[in-house]
Structures are given as structure tokens and as C-alpha cells.
Design a protein around this ligand. Structure first.
Ligand code: GLU
Length: 499
């Protein structure tokens, strides 16, 4: 049975790349009738952030891609927190030590830094590997007695993975195909830290094996670790899972990948939900900014995957049936906020009831009464002009109330006695229109010599600006009486200015 996991480190909020990894894992599990597991990789206690776990859980809930198993959901392979699995890691690590595939290293930070400096001065970089380990302070170069003395004196140590030089690791990535790596290019990675805890590499490999993970689907940033992980599976004598590394998500301007570090320089969201930064300031997420979870998920699914057709709108259920790793891009993808807004707009069209509730609330707040029928009519007029529910009032208030303010520069342009006379005249003509139909309203404007200007002034009186919805429809919707009333208000305003 297919078993996949989302294994975030709780070091902060999820960003687009993280939540997309979760989504692709979820979709792969659903497509294959498998299980989606949530494991919290909290081995890095220094970067641990206690708010991130609830953030992760809330995000998955908001996106409706909830795990079948794992933190918050239980399951047979508990605990799903790496911080609670220390004894398991130590047990398996001792096996590697016994087999001579891992070793103790006592080099201090000071030792290593000065070696690094020497290499740097020679113009090369230091790598702790087979070519140098014989000359360093580790259990491979010490006698048993020396080793005992080290332990007894309580000197701190790390445990490193012993990589055999001159070998080729042939790897197969489900997205990228075959990749061959020479072990000479790898270093003896630390598996166990001096604070007595496992590193990501050790914990991740052991957990994927013990939790019977069949497919590791994760971001491309982990591709360089794949060879090490495969060598570890080999060292433990375990069958490795399948691997698939998802393409990076780049900023739309092509200047690098989307990451938490750039958040302050971006003018669009990269977090699914709100997050408080280190100065306790809110960074709004897609949810708070008015994106619908289904639109967000749809947008995310197409960031690196495509169905092979031109179709772009997919429900989560449809995606769960269609998703395949073969259709995931190899190359990086660009995140485009305009496209994200476009997706929201497509979903907005089917959310008239939600828009209605929102608009009704706005009206209630202002003690404006309107009928259900009228509100729905307004929504039909405006729905194509907005991307988010919260934009509705700004774009439709003039169907309910007169302008709150007038476009300053246009108002100044028309602020003359002559305009008052014209408005008075139009008022009379408007009153005489019978029946008050769109056709008659159209010919009312058509008769005017400077039709463009007339329409602009009309619009200013009705809406407060020279932009807005179809004027004749506004005139029809709000009715003759209200039009006259708004024209009077503009006349008054001009008069006052001329006094
Ligand atoms: N804990 C790692 C992360 O936060 C998971 C990497 C993996 O999926 O193997 O990205």
C-alpha cells in the first residue's frame, strides 16, 4: 500500500513550497488509495518554534488535506514526533557503529574551524571525508584505550557516517530520472549531534523505513541529500523508498526562490495563514487576504503539475483522481500572484451566497435596508469586477447610497455655475422620461452634444468618481428619485464651493 508522509520541521510557518509538498503527497496518496502521514521533524531544537505545529495542522485543515495518520491523528507508528523517538535512533545508530559504518569524532569546533581556514587560504574547501579523516580526531584514528579516555573525560563528540570513497551511487528520481553521484564528492555527514540527538538525516531515514513509507515526495532542496539517504538504507540493509523531488517555486520576477527570508520585500503573500513575525507583527496569509481554500489549493496544484490538458479549474476530488508524478515538471516554476487572483475570481463566481452574506452585513453595519432580490441583482452586476468577497462593498456601495466623496480633480474641473445650469436642465429632462426604460435613458444621453462630458458629470453625481459600472444600469437600478436626489447633492456641493 502506498504510504507517503509530509515531514515539516517546526521552525516557523509553512510557505508556498511547504504546503505544495503537503498537497502533492496528499494527492498521490488519494490517487493510489494510500495513506498520508504527518510527521513532525523536530530534531533541531535550536530553531524549534512552538507555534508552528498548530500552524501546520490548521493549514492542512484549511486546505482540507488532512492526514490519515500522524501528529494530531494517531496511528500505529507513533510517536510521530522525532523528538520523542530518541531511543529508536540510538538503537539503530549502534548497529551502524557495530558494523563499522559510523564512527565517533571528537574534533572541536575550534579544530575544524582552523582546518577550514587553512583550506580556504589554499583556495580549496574542507570536507570531512575519507581523504582527511585518518588525520583527524576520531575513533578511526584512536586506539581503544584512547577512545575510552575520551569518553571518560566527558569530551563531547558527534557520530559521523563513514562514506566509502570511489563508489558510484546510482539514483532514480521519479521526476528527474537517473542521477549518478560519485561518493568522493560526499562528506561524512553527522548523524548524531554532540547534544545527544539525532540529525535530520539519521532520524528521517530511520523513520521513513519504520513507518513503511513507500514514496518520499519532497522539495528539490533535498535532492543533494538523496545519495546520502540511499547509502544509509544500504548500510542498514533496508530497501529504500521511491523518491520524487518537486521543482522549486521561484518568485515571479525570476529573482530566486520563494522563501521565508524574503517576506518583507514581497508585496504578495507566501504563507497560507497569518503568522506573527519576530517583532510580533502580523504577516497576513492567503486566508486572511480573502483567498478561498479551494482556489488556493487549485492554484497550488498547478504550481509544478499539469493535467496534460488546457483545463485549469479542478476541485480537490478531481485532483485526487488525476494527479500523477509523471506530470510534475522537472524545471522550476514561477509563482504569479495575478494567476492566484485569477483562480480566486473563478471560484468567486460560485460563491454568490457568501457574497450576499458579506454585503448584507455591510448594509446592516450602515443601517441600510435593501431587499434580497435587489442585493442579488447588484452582485450579478459587480461579480465580474472583483476577485475577493471583501471587495464587493467598495465596488457596489453606490447601488445603495450616494457618494461618500467626490473625485477631487474632476470635481474641480467642473466646479462652475454653468455645470449647475446643466445639471438643473438634465434633472428636468430626467423627470420627464416616461417610461423610465433603458432605451429612453440611452436616447436622453444621445441627445446631448457633449455626451462624454455629460456622462462623466452624471457618474460623478451618482458614484462620486468618473469610473464605475454601466451608467444606464446604475440609473435604472437606483431609480429616478434617487438620481434626482444625488444630482441635487452635487449641485449643492458646487454651490458651496463657489460661494
Ligand atoms: N524536515 C524536512 C523539511 O522540513 C523534511 C525533508 C524530507 O521530506 O525528507 O523539509
Amino acid at each position: 500500500m502506498v504510504r507517503v508522509r509530509f515531514a515539516p520541521s517546526p521552525t516557523g510557518p509553512l510557505h508556498l513550497g511547504g504546503i505544495r509538498t503537503a498537497l502533492f503527497n496528499y494527492l498521490f496518496a488519494k490517487k493510489n488509495g494510500g495513506k498520508f502521514i504527518l510527521r513532525i521533524e523536530d530534531t533541531d531544537r535550536k530553531r524549534f518554534n512552538k507555534k508552528s505545529e498548530s500552524y501546520i495542522l490548521e493549514t492542512l485543515k484549511w486546505c482540507k488535506i488532512e492526514p490519515d495518520e500522524g501528529v494530531g491523528y494517531g496511528g500505529p507508528y507513533f510517536p510521530y514526533y522525532q523528538s520523542k523517538r530518541g531511543s529508536i535512533y540510538r538503537f539503530y545508530l549502534s548497529k551502524l557503529l557495530k558494523k563499522g559504518l559510523a564512527y565517533y569524532a571528537f574534533d572541536t569546533d575550534h579544530d575544524l574551524n582552523s582546518i577550514r581556514k587553512k583550506y580556504l587560504n589554499k583556495g580549496s574547501t574542507f570536507s570531512y571525508n575519507a581523504s582527511v579523516r585518518k588525520n583527524l580526531k576520531n575513533s578511526l584514528t584512536m586506539t581503544k584505550k584512547e577512545l575510552k579516555t575520551q569518553f571518560r573525560s566527558g569530551n563531547s563528540y558527534v557520530i559521523r557516517f563513514k562514506i566509502k570513497p570511489g563508489d558510484k551511487v546510482e539514483m532514480y528520481d521519479l521526476i528527474r530520472g537517473i542521477i549518478v553521484i560519485n561518493t568522493d564528492n560526499l562528506d561524512d555527514k553527522i548523524l548524531f549531534k554532540s547534544d545527544g540527538t539525532a540529525t535530520y538525516h539519521l532520524a528521517n531515514t530511520i523513520d521513513d523505513h519504520l513507518m513503511k513509507i513507500t514514496h518520499v515526495i519532497r522539495g528539490e532542496e533535498w535532492l543533494p541529500s538523496m545519495s546520502l539517504h540511499l547509502l544509509m538504507y544500504k548500510a542498514f540493509n533496508w530497501n529504500p523508498p521511491n523518491f520524487a523531488h518537486l521543482p522549486l517555486i521561484l518568485k515571479n520576477d525570476g529573482k530566486g526562490k520563494i522563501s521565508k527570508r524574503f517576506i518583507n520585500n514581497l508585496d504578495y503573500p507566501i504563507f497560507p495563514l497569518k503568522w506573527k513575525d519576530s517583532e510580533n507583527k502580523d504577516i497576513l496569509g492567503f486566508r486572511e487576504l480573502g483567498y478561498f481554500p479551494d482556489a488556493f489549493v487549485n492554484m497550488l496544484a498547478l504550481l509544478g503539475w499539469n493535467p496534460g490538458t488546457k483545463k485549469e479549474i479542478f476541485s480537490l476530488q478531481e485532483l485526487s483522481k488525476l494527479f500523477s508524478l509523471e506530470k510534475v515538471n522537472k524545471s522550476s516554476v514561477f509563482f504569479n500572484i495575478k494567476k492566484a487572483n485569477w483562480f480566486n475570481k473563478q471560484y468567486l463566481k460560485n460563491k454568490k451566497e457568501e457574497i450576499f452574506s458579506h454585503l448584507s452585513l455591510e448594509l446592516k453595519k450602515r443601517s441600510i435596508f435593501s431587499t434580497k432580490n435587489y442585493i442579488y441583482k447588484v452582485i450579478d452586476c459587480i461579480i465580474n469586477r472583483i476577485h475577493f468577497i471583501h471587495e464587493i462593498w467598495k465596488h457596489s456601495f453606490y447601488f445603495f447610497i450616494g457618494p461618500i466623496s467626490y473625485d477631487y480633480s474632476f470635481f474641480n474641473q467642473i466646479c462652475y455655475k454653468k455645470t449647475i445650469d446643466r445639471l438643473d436642465n438634465w434633472k428636468k429632462l430626467l423627470l420627464s422620461i416616461h417610461p423610465y426604460t433603458s432605451i429612453n435613458l440611452k436616447s436622453f444621453f444621445d441627445k446631448e452634444n457633449n455626451k462624454r462630458k455629460m456622462m462623466q458629470i452624471f457618474r460623478l453625481s451618482l458614484v462620486g468618481s468618473i469610473k464605475g459600472y454601466d451608467l444606464i444600469i446604475i440609473l435604472k437600478m437606483i431609480g429616478k428619485e434617487e438620481c434626482i436626489h444625488r444630482i441635487d447633492r452635487l449641485i449643492k456641493k458646487i454651490r458651496k464651493k463657489l460661494e
